[in-house]
Write a new protein. Structure first.
Length: 119
C-alpha cells in the first residue's frame, strides 16, 4: 500500500488549502482514511477521518467547522479542505488508512506534506 499526500504550502492566516492523498496497492473503497499532523516539537495528532463509503466522518475539536474531509473512491483519493487557517495549523500533514471503523488503529501511513501558515 502506498499513500502520497500533496497540496501543502505556505499560506497566510485566514487562507485556505486543499490537501490530497492518493492511494494505491489496495482496494481503496474498503478502507477508512484519516489525516494526522505533526508540528515541530509536538506529538502527532489526529485531524480527521472518513469511513470507506464516505458516509461517516469525524474531526478533532481544533479543526471542527474549518476542515472538511472527503473522498473520491473512483480516484482512490482522499481530500482535506482547510479553511480559516491559523498559525497553529502549521505542521506536516500525513494521511493513513485503516481497515477498522472507528479507525482506532491505522495500518499504513504515507509521507507528509508541509503546511505553513504565516500570521
Amino acid at each position: 500500500v502506498q499513500l502520497q499526500a500533496s497540496g501543502g504550502g505556505l499560506v497566510q492566516a485566514g487562507g485556505s488549502l486543499r490537501l490530497s492523498c492518493a492511494a494505491s496497492g489496495h482496494t481503496f473503497s474498503n478502507y477508512a482514511m484519516g489525516w494526522f499532523r505533526q508540528a515541530p516539537g509536538k506529538e502527532r495528532e489526529f485531524v480527521a477521518a472518513i469511513r470507506w463509503s464516505g458516509g461517516s466522518t469525524f474531526y478533532a475539536d481544533s479543526v471542527k467547522g474549518r476542515f472538511t474531509i472527503s473522498r473520491d473512491n473512483a480516484k482512490n483519493t482522499v481530500y482535506l479542505q482547510m479553511k480559516s487557517l491559523k498559525a497553529e495549523d502549521t505542521a506536516v500533514y500525513h494521511c493513513a488508512t485503516s481497515t477498522r471503523w472507528p479507525p482506532l488503529k491505522y495500518d499504513y501511513w504515507g509521507p507528509g506534506t508541509q503546511v505553513t501558515v504565516s500570521s
